[in-house]
Structure formats: structure tokens, C-alpha cells
Design a protein around this ligand. Structure first.
Ligand code: AMP
Ligand code: GLY
Length: 424
């Protein structure tokens, strides 16, 4: 089968790496891809949201399946675009249709879904510029810290948590009245603060059946000890040591099952990955958010632990035969450490040559913001490369990744957190 992967990050390199291992994989394409995908597939210089250009790539290369990495094309309706086109409607698309992708595209929609289906989550109310005064009054009823979320997609920056009531009111005004996040903050969800430890649960669904992938925990803050600005993710560990069987059963029964049933009851067509952001409060899981894609860098630790043929698995999603599949998981731990450009997540320089990529090593390198230029691999983004290792324990895996980095990998102003896993 000829397959096209949409995206250009570490997540997409990992998906491509996994697909390339399958005997059922024919010609493999990535749009636009990076220096990692270029080694195992053909990169095509097409944006993930340029649907007519994607159509040309699909038709010109007899592509039978498209796997969508990031949320933007899904929220913009790439799956619906394929279904509505005579020449594309039989091409399998892995990723939910637009109506279902709204679970990530609108925080208010996701909260309404969670409450409608009795899925544990934080209490909330949502506000717009017309009733901002009611928002101030609602904040006064809450205890700090105050959690304010822009309703729409805001490139991961739309959640603001503040300790001071007056600051929270000022922030609410900036979001709603001064359009701090543009259209994304036309509405704002204000939530009860949940205190606990976070983890991510990934679910494959064909719209009827589901399979739960291994859990993972990512490290979102730039600084050690989980301090400083939020990033896309600085490292990840799978499995999550504190998620024991009793807790996993609660996740399945209280969250995964009602989510998949809720999608069906609400007529939200979903063939793809559901990423459920969870927080463990006491002994109970609660939903922080839904994403309609895999996590990055969680993919870089979840897929390496999956033993199944990935083409067969994706095909089962497309054909709604996921109930016939048994997931096989490597019992070892996998961890990844993200190498980032100095300055990220604020301004940083690009075009730095990355040294050591070709050396033999005990880890797997998943390229993210890296491109090939004049025969060299150079940085092209904030998150540059994920260094994944296996270990009998997560400590052993983490140690291996750090050794790989110290012995091999280097670029000007390279930064990484040296404490991934510190809180486990
Ligand atoms: P989100 O984009 O919804 O995942 O939010 C970003 C981050 O904000 C999460 O990963 C949490 O660390 C934090 N967060 C979001 N909602 C809450 C909440 N209700 N209570 C505590 N922390 C939260
Ligand atoms: N690592 C978090 C995310 O992919 O959103």
C-alpha cells in the first residue's frame, strides 16, 4: 500500500519509521517531512493544510492511505475534503472528521461533550465579550489558582494559570475584549484548578471499536523541575510508573469507554488517534483535554513499544475491524529526550549544523525541526531531535539517552533538560 504521512515533526518521523518496517508498506511519502523522514520516505514540499496540493500528491502517486499527524488539517476538515471528492473518497484517511476534531478545536465543545457523557473533568463555565462581567463574578466564586483557556487553537499557548484574582480578571479581559489570541479567544473557558500529576492516554478508534495504546508522560516546561515556559514537550516516558492496573481500569471504564460511546451517540465520525490528557487527582483520573492526534514527543516513546505491524493496524482503523486486532506491547520502558534550539520556546536561531547524527549509537534518533541542506543536517525549528532509548527500567532508558547525547550529538546553542523522569 502506498501511504502519505502529513506533518514534519518528531511524531511524523516516528510514524513513518514504524510504517517503513511493515512488509505491507509500498511507496511512502511525507508532506512536508524533515531530514529524518527523507532517509526512509520521499518528502514532498506541500503544506499540511494545502488540500488541493495534497490531492495532487495522492493522485499522482496512487496513494491509498493518508495518516494525518498534526491537528490543524483535521480541525480544518481534511478528512471531509477527501470524502466529498469523487477522486479521493476511497482513499483511507486516518484522523477524525471535522465535527469530531472540534474536540480539540474548541475547549467549550470538549467540556460540553465531557459533561454530556458524565466523564470526570474539572467544573467550568464559558464566557464571551458580551458577558465578561459574569466571568469576573465567576472568578470571585473560585479559589486560586485560576485556569483560563482560550476556546480555539492557540498553538499550545491558550491556557493561562494565575494565582491572583485581579490578574485573572485582567487576563480574562485581555483574552475576550482585547482578543489576545485573536479568534481563538472569542470565548474563554474558566475551570476549576485540579491538583495532581499528569499523564497521557492514547486510544486508537475505528469509530466503533477501540484499543488503548501504552500510557506516556511528557514534560512540557522548558526548565528543570518543571519550571519556566510551556513548550511542545521536552521529553517523555512510557509506561507511566504510577499508572497501575487499578488506575488503568478506571481510565478505561470511566473515561475511554464513555468517550468512544459518546462519539457514536453524538454522531461524531472518528477513525484515528484520541489523545486524552489526564490528571490523577487522589486515586482518580480526570480529563484535562482531548487532542485528536498523537502527542509529540509521546509518539516517540509509545510507537517504539508497539510490536504490531503499523500498516495492518491503520488498515484495521480504516476498515473498522479494530476488534480483530490484539495489541502487542514491548514490556521494556522507552524514554525520549528532546534536543532544542537555545532560546526556544521564545526566539531562537535556525540553520545550525547538527553533528553526530550518523554515528552508530544505542538510541533511536527521531528528527523534528531538522532539515538536510547541502549534504548537512541543520536545525530548522525549536524542537530539533528526540533521542529515544529502551531500558528494563525507565531509569536505565533515560541514562542511555543521556549517554547518547553526551557522546555523540551537538549543535550550537543546543539545550535539553537533564531531569526527565525526576518526579516519578
Ligand atoms: P491544555 O492545553 O488544556 O492541556 O492545558 C495546558 C496545561 O495546563 C495542562 O497540561 C495542565 O498542566 C494545565 N491545566 C489545564 N487545565 C487545568 C486544570 N483544570 N487544573 C490544573 N491544571 C490545568
Ligand atoms: N506533548 C503534548 C502534545 O503533543 O500536545
Amino acid at each position: 500500500m502506498n501511504i502519505l504521512v502529513l506533518g514534519s515533526g518528531g511524531r511524523e518521523h516516528t510514524i513513518t519509521w514504524k510504517l517503513a518496517q511493515s512488509e505491507k508498506c509500498g511507496n511512502l511519502f511525507v508532506a512536508p517531512g524533515n531530514s529524518g523522514t527523507a532517509k526512509i520516505a520521499k518528502n514532498v514540499p506541500v503544506s499540511v493544510t494545502d488540500f488541493p496540493a495534497i490531492k495532487d500528491v495522492v493522485l499522482n502517486n496512487n496513494i491509498e492511505m493518508v495518516i494525518v499527524g498534526p491537528e490543524d488539517p483535521l480541525v480544518q476538515g481534511v478528512h471531509d475534503y477527501f470524502l466529498a471528492d469523487e477522486e479521493l473518497k476511497n482513499v483511507a484517511v486516518i484522523g477524525p472528521q471535522k465535527a469530531a476534531a472540534t474536540l480539540e478545536g474548541s475547549k467549550e465543545f470538549a467540556k460540553e461533550f465531557l459533561f454530556r457523557h458524565n466523564i470526570p473533568t474539572a467544573a467550568y463555565q464559558s464566557f464571551n465579550a458580551q458577558n465578561v462581567e459574569d466571568g469576573y463574578a465567576f472568578l470571585e466564586t473560585l479559589n486560586p489558582p485560576y485556569v483560563l483557556k482560550a476556546d480555539g487553537l492557540a498553538a499550545g499557548k491558550g491556557v493561562v494559570i494565575l494565582n491572583d484574582l485581579e490578574e485573572a480578571k485582567a487576563e480574562l479581559k485581555r483574552m475576550l475584549v482585547d482578543a489576545k489570541f485573536g479568534d481563538a479567544s472569542t470565548k474563554v473557558v474558566i475551570e476549576e484548578f485540579l491538583d495532581g500529576i499528569e499523564l497521557s492516554c492514547f486510544v486508537l478508534t475505528d469509530g466503533k471499536n477501540y484499543k488503548i495504546l501504552p500510557t506516556a508522560k511528557d514534560y512540557k516546561r522548558i526548565g528543570e523541575g518543571d519550571t519556566g515556559l510551556n513548550t511542545g514537550g521536552m521529553g517523555a516516558v512510557s509506561p507511566v510508573p504510577f499508572a497501575d492496573q487499578a488506575f488503568l481500569d478506571k481510565i478505561e471504564n470511566q473515561i475511554v469507554k464513555p468517550t468512544i460511546e459518546g462519539l457514536q451517540k453524538d454522531n461524531l465520525p472518528y477513525k484515528g488517534f484520541v489523545f486524552i490528557g489526564l490528571i490523577k487527582v487522589g486515586d482518580d483520573p480526570k480529563v484535562i483535554e482531548y487532542n485528536v492526534r498523537m502527542g509529540d514527543p509521546e509518539t516517540e516513546v509509545v510507537l517504539p513499544r508497539l510490536k504490531n505491524d503499523f500498516v495492518v493496524l491503520m488498515d484495521a482503523i480504516a476498515n473498522q475491524t479494530l476488534d480483530k486486532v490484539t495489541l502487542e506491547v514491548d514490556q521494556r520502558s522507552a524514554t525520549t529526550i528532546m534536543l532544542v534550539s537555545g532560546g526556544y520556546p521564545e526566539a531562537y536561531e535556525k540553520g545550525k549544523e547538527i553533528f553526530g547524527v550518523e554515528k552508530p549509537m544505542d538510541s533511536i534518533l527521531f528528527h523534528a525541526g531538522a532539515q538536510e541542506k547541502d549534504g548537512k543536517i541543520v536545525t530548522s525549528g525549536g524542537r530539533v531531535m528526540a533521542v529515544t532509548s529502551y531500558g528494563e527500567t525507565y531509569q536505565e532508558a533515560i541514562k542511555k539517552s543521556y549517554q547518547t547525547i553526551e557522546n555523540n550529538l551537538k549543535f550550537d546553542k543546543m539545550y535539553y533538560r537533564k531531569d526527565i523522569g525526576f518526579d516519578l
